[in-house]
Ligand binder design. Sequence first.
Ligand code: UT7
Length: 323
Amino acid sequence: MIRAQVRGVGHYLPERVVENDWFTTFLETSDEWIRSRSGIERRHFAAEGQTTSDLAIRAAQAALNDAGLRPDDIDAIVLATSTPDLTFPATATIVQAGLGMTRGFAFDVQAVCAGFIYALSNANAMIVSGQAKRVLVIGAETFSRIMNWEDRGTCVLFGDGAGALILEAAEGDGTNFDRGILATDLQSDGRFRDILQVSGGVSSSQTTGHLMMAGKEVFRHAVEKLATSTVAVMDQAGVTAADIDRVVPHQANVRIITGTARKLALPMEKVVVTVQDHGNTSAASIPLAMSVAQSSGQLNRGELVVTEAIGGGLAWGAVLLRW
Ligand code: UT7
């Protein structure tokens, strides 16, 4: 059977690093509060004029280099973002042109912090169905553009960045020892759309709006829903927590990451944590963490990896893959 295997990975972080202390210059907050409540120590912010597609192109080029491929070797780009360059066209098409890719097709996926999980699942479906052989899956965000800088409960939590993964069709045996994506689970529940949303949009206010979050509410849903989705993909593939080599969770809050790991009986030594350096980069957080983990030797070919995320919608999900 056809499997969607990881062929390359890469990331890009904007140059400007902002430490927690920066926020104390204009907000009633502290490095201690931000660290202890979220695990975040610093984040990167895009330079003025630097767009989501700029970050995505750099991450995609890094993934192409890692894979030893050229842009025209790619059949499709699936880009997850909630901070597109423009209302339309899709940021993915801007990336396509920026890479110098003259064939294939490109589109965006919008599932906020779960965006990369949704994009991976879509790319997997296209590969398994034979619609595409190589898919460039990107998560890229400039959340600094939608922050309310007067809201200390949100603006200290988010950052900018991009990560990219290249998935390639390869023949597998149909067992959970195959490399590639083994199981996916996507969920959403729009009844909870108000607890994490942006206050504007094209068809409602004709403004971009600012991020608003009922943090405690989102937190309450996060651990339970992430654990449920993770169990769903493990069950689909017939594996248990003991079989998992590495967990790459969405990087929103280290307390959510540890709480979910505890619920699943997954030891923290198996969990990739980058939230301290990146903050919450929404759809970019998972591919960023994967790329950093591979570079540092935390993620190796043949390892069984589970990745999970939750965000606005609420939308959440998990993917099980053998790296
Ligand atoms: O990626 C999408 C998913 N998003 C998430 O997963 C985020 C989920 N939520 C969270 O990560 C946490 O709820 C937060 C980090 C946002 C907040 O942590 P918390 O432990 O839930 O704190 P809280 O919201 O209950 O706030 C506690 C206190 C409040 O003061 P009072 O009302 O108890 O007097 C806040 O006003 O902390 C105050 N507070 C702050 N204090 C200093 C809120 N933000 C700050 C701040 N600095 N930046």
